[in-house]
Write a protein that binds this ligand. Structure first.
Ligand SMILES: [Zn+2]
Ligand SMILES: [Zn+2]
Length: 256
């Protein structure tokens, strides 16, 4: 499967980093992991096949992760590219995503789930394992960030795996969830002196990597504090494995 980083930043406006969004392409379909406000246009900028997107995952209700969902659905409802589409779209998300979309609907009678094609909305509870794409299983982990925030672990038929932490504070229970994964997309909001327990700094992110032993780590959700800092070099001092600093437009192949 192939990953395209749409947004490696946060809601704070930044000239190079847009809000969270990751495009994952597999043999049986594509999946959008989080949909920050910039993600819809970033899909087009990366020349991705957004009219055929099969599924969306929304990790939590902060707007740098879901702020683009309504505008994406407003786009697909009216875009010429999607008027002939019949393939269903499934939106999987944290608790509250249904209320989020219906609240926006109620302001202007958008009817965002009433699309040219069938749309299914599914709120995921922590206990269940589910099929997110025809060849891909998913399970989630409740992260210490907000009440509803979830990390997700994806495994395809050939065994290739990915964990996306989305936003999280430090919790060693996450280690078991991410154990041995092929690619760990881990938030690393701050270098040091983090102002909140609800995000990670570099030392914590690398401690999780050391304990979980992923094959590769991508550090993302980078606040402007990271500008001009050699993130990969500093990560190497703390964990000898391969760490990549996310940037908008980064492309990676994930294999077993
Ligand atoms: Zn958040
Ligand atoms: Zn965030």
């Amino acid at each position: 499967m192939n990953l395209v980083v749409l947004g490696s930043g946060t809601s704070v406006p930044h000239p190079q980093r847009t809000a969270a969004g990751f495009w994952l392409e597999t043999e049986t379909g594509s999946l959008l992991l989080d949909c920050g406000a910039d993600a819809p246009h970033r899909l087009a900028a990366e020349h991705l096949d957004w009219p055929n997107l099969a599924a969306i995952w929304i990790s939590h209700l902060h707007l740098d992760h879901c702020g683009g969902l309504a505008s994406f659905l407003f786009g697909t409802k009216h875009a010429p590219q999607t008027q002939g589409r019949r393939k269903p779209l499934t939106i999987f998300g944290c608790r509250g995503i249904d209320k989020f979309l219906h609240s926006i609907d109620s302001v202007n009678n958008y009817r965002l789930l009433d699309q040219p094609f069938p749309v299914e909305l599914r709120e995921i509870t922590v206990a269940e394992e589910f099929e997110i794409l025809p060849d891909m299983r998913a399970r989630v982990f409740s992260t210490p960030h907000t009440e509803e925030s979830l990390a997700i672990r994806l495994t395809n038929r050939s065994g290739a795996s990915l964990v996306y932490s989305s936003d999280t504070g430090y919790d060693e229970a996450f280690v078991e969830f991410a154990r041995g994964v092929d690619l760990l997309i881990l938030e690393c909001s701050f270098w040091r002196d983090k102002p909140t327990p609800r995000h990670l700094d570099l030392a914590e992110a690398m401690r999780l990597a050391r304990l979980a032993e992923p094959r590769k780590v991508v550090l993302t959700h980078l606040y402007f504090e990271w500008d001009g800092i050699d993130l990969e070099g500093k990560a190497k001092d703390l964990w000898p494995g391969e760490t990549i600093a996310a940037r908008d437009g980064l492309r990676l192949e994930i294999a077993t």
